[in-house]
Design a protein around this ligand. Structure first.
Ligand code: SF4
Length: 443
């Protein structure tokens, strides 16, 4: 368990100087205890107090870095309370009993299956390498090959400690995650991890079993720990993930305050069931999941689900207000106006691009709301839109006077026309973005 606010307060300077941004040392102590402040915001903490406090002020779920990918550091149980911090890392499994062609195909999928959405590139994150052969030489050779074939972080999986050590040595300095330490072998695995700059999965048959030895691994000098609580199906996974999250965040149980891993590919041979299990794991707090392959059909829904869960619900994804040029528009090109909700922008912009019709896209700031939401909130309405259009500078760029509004707000066309006056002619566009290419070609 971490320190309470009062225990932390006793270690602070108690000068209430406010430099940390809190009104008093007590308020800062309470924020630290709740994982809502960072210790380095107070410049006056003694080194001695720092050592004690840095442990207490660590996030309730520790962060772990595997290669360049960070997992954990979650602060809230429900997404609407604040935001989820580090998206579930998706890993692809290869084994040292697969032939070269199969390994190459899976690594190629991991490297190349990406999707562009709302201005972001979505992709899987890690390569899990399993020592199915139990042969140390074979395992190390595959790790070496993988390091040359992908820049993704590595999870090294073996129950043969000699092989695990050989793999860890091959990946020395790359921040690999070693899978797995058990209650019987964690001392040796911790030694291997320390010698090779790796982190460790603590694996047990249950949440209780794992919680019994994570503190011992930390005491052995490895603080970057990931938990495998032995789930083998959707029911146990759902239950265990909830238990761990609740214990770490609500009860501030430090023994369970670590990211989690689910080896989804071992729970089923059916690729569709595997995808279904992955959706549950992503929704219910898994920090890392291991899949049998990174194929486009299953990755698109999983990556979009992950994106939706890990965006900040208090900060809508939005675009800057302004004039966007698509397909090199000129003075006779059509003008479309819509809102600055990022998803709206990217969907509309993609359809205009696909149409190849040079077009001006006029984006209005409505605090990141979609067209209908902004209309019903009184933000995408005639008396707000008309002054924006007049001030936008759009008129100076064109030789015609037509402005196209989304079909979903056709009802504002009369009032909008009135507000704009004779300088503009309001045209009602399509309701669905997918109809934009045909509409533009008809202009
Ligand atoms: S900066 Fe440090 S000493 Fe100053 S109010 Fe904050 S906690 Fe107290």
């Amino acid at each position: 368990m971490g320190l309470t606010g009062i225990q932390i307060f006793k270690l602070l300077p108690k000068t209430n100087c406010k430099e940390c941004g809190s009104p008093t040392c007590l308020a800062f102590a309470m924020a630290l205890a709740g994982g809502k402040a960072e210790l380095d915001k107070c410049p006056y903490v003694s080194d001695e107090a720092k050592a004690t406090l840095s442990e207490a002020s660590a996030p309730p779920i520790r962060g772990v870095k595997i290669g360049e990918k960070k997992v954990g550091e979650e602060l809230v149980f429900y997404r609407h309370e604040k935001t989820f911090m580090n998206p579930t890392a998706i890993a692809c499994l290869v084994t040292d009993e697969m032939d070269d062609a199969e390994v190459d195909a899976k690594i190629n999928n991991l490297n190349t299956v990406t999707f562009d959405r709302v201005g972001l590139t979505l992709s899987a994150d890690l390569l899990a390498i399993r020592n199915s052969s139990r042969d140390a030489g074979k395992f190390a050779a595959l790790v070496t090959k993988a390091l040359g074939a992908t820049e993704k972080g590595l999870i090294l999986m073996s129950d043969n400690l000699d092989a695990l050590e050989a793999g860890a040595k091959a990946a020395n300095g790359k921040g690999a995650l070693l899978y797995a330490a058990t209650a019987d072998n964690f001392e040796k695995v911790a030694e291997i991890a320390k010698a090779n700059g790796a982190s460790i999965v603590a694996k047990g048959a249950s949440v209780e079993e794992v919680s019994n030895f994570t503190a011992k691994i930390a005491a052995a000098g490895v603080k970057e720990i990931v938990l495998d609580t032995g789930a083998t199906d959707v029911k146990s996974m759902f239950y265990n993930e909830n238990q761990v999250r609740r214990a770490a965040l609500k009860a501030k149980n430090r023994d369970l305050g670590f990211p989690t891993i689910e080896v989804i590919c071992d729970m089923t041979d059916d690729p569709y069931k595997e995808a279904m299990l992955a959706t549950v794991a992503i929704a219910k707090y898994a920090s890392i999941i291991i899949m049998s392959d990174i194929d486009k059909e299953r990755m698109l829904p999983l990556l979009v689900q992950r994106l939706n869960l890990y965006t900040d619900p208090q900060r809508p994804m939005l675009m800057d207000e302004g004039i966007y040029e698509i397909n090199k528009p000129g003075s006779d090109s059509p003008v479309i106006i819509t809102t600055n909700f990022a998803l709206t922008y990217f969907i509309v912009a993609a359809e205009i691009e696909a149409s190849r019709v040079p077009t001006w896209l006029l984006i209005m700031d409505v605090e990141g709301m979609s067209v209908l939401t902004a209309w019903s909130a009184g933000k995408f309405v005639a008396d707000a839109m008309a002054p924006f259009v007049k001030k936008s500078g759009m008129k100076e760029k064109i030789s015609h006077n037509k402005i196209i509004i989304p079909g979903y707000v056709a009802q504002i066309s009369g009032e909008f026309q009135e507000e704009l006056g004779t300088e503009w002619e309001v045209v009602i566009g399509t309701r669905e973005a997918s109809d934009i290419p045909a509409f533009l070609k008809g202009q």
